[in-house]
Design a protein around this ligand. Structure first.
Ligand code: ZN
Length: 200
């Protein structure tokens, strides 16, 4: 099988699980294989630099900051083999169609994103992306309370667990987040309420 003939790989998990690090590792390997790689990140994510994807362990790769995912289709050329997308959960959910169009154009698309928001609810376009992907890896962080494997992102406001009704997106306040296991994750309402109300 030629993995450069149209496929979608999703890297998901909580904050601090190494998603960006894994994304960069795969993109670097493609570059070593002399594939043409183009990388995008949501420009809402300004935690380090607008021109790079930066992992928490400091590795970087050059990336185009965009907020409209249809820009990807405009910037892509036939010479591009591999498309990387970081923080994919921040894009409008219609990015699913854009990504499938890239796959139809025989691109290898590798996208990394949070699968759950701070309330423990599936994040934006992640559920359909996980479903249509050729491969999915769910990375685990370490629970900052007990040390077990963690796949929840705990938001803390003034040291206290955030409320269910808080806004979903709050960028650049990393000290307000911790990786937590299911046992140590705290939220004031059960996510089930929103599963019933949402229409993803
Ligand atoms: Zn724990």
């Amino acid at each position: 099988m030629d993995i450069y003939k149209g496929r979608l790989e999703i890297i998901c998990g909580s904050m601090f699980c190494g998603k960006s690090e894994e994304l960069i590792r795969r993109l670097r390997r493609a570059q070593i294989a002399r594939k043409n790689v183009l990388v995008f990140k949501h420009c809402l994510d300004n935690r380090a630099t607008l021109e790079h994807v930066v992992s928490h362990n400091g590795t970087t790769i050059r990336a185009f900051p965009i907020d409209d995912h249809t820009e990807i289709l405009r910037l892509i050329t036939p010479e591009i083999d591999v498309v990387g997308i970081d923080e994919v959960q921040f894009f409008d959910p219609t990015i699913v169609a854009t990504i499938l169009e890239l796959v139809d154009k025989k691109k290898r698309v590798i996208a990394a994103g949070l699968d759950l928001d701070f309330r423990g609810i599936p994040f934006g376009s992640m559920p359909p992306l996980l479903a249509v992907a050729d491969s999915v890896i769910k990375l685990k962080a370490i629970c900052m309370t007990c040390g077990n494997d963690a796949h929840f992102t705990q938001r803390l406001v003034n040291g206290q667990p955030a409320k269910f009704s808080d806004p979903i997106v709050q960028i650049g306040a990393e000290e307000c987040y911790e990786a937590r296991c299911r046992e140590c994750f705290r939220i004031d309402r059960r996510p089930k309420v929103s599963y019933e109300q949402s229409n993803f």
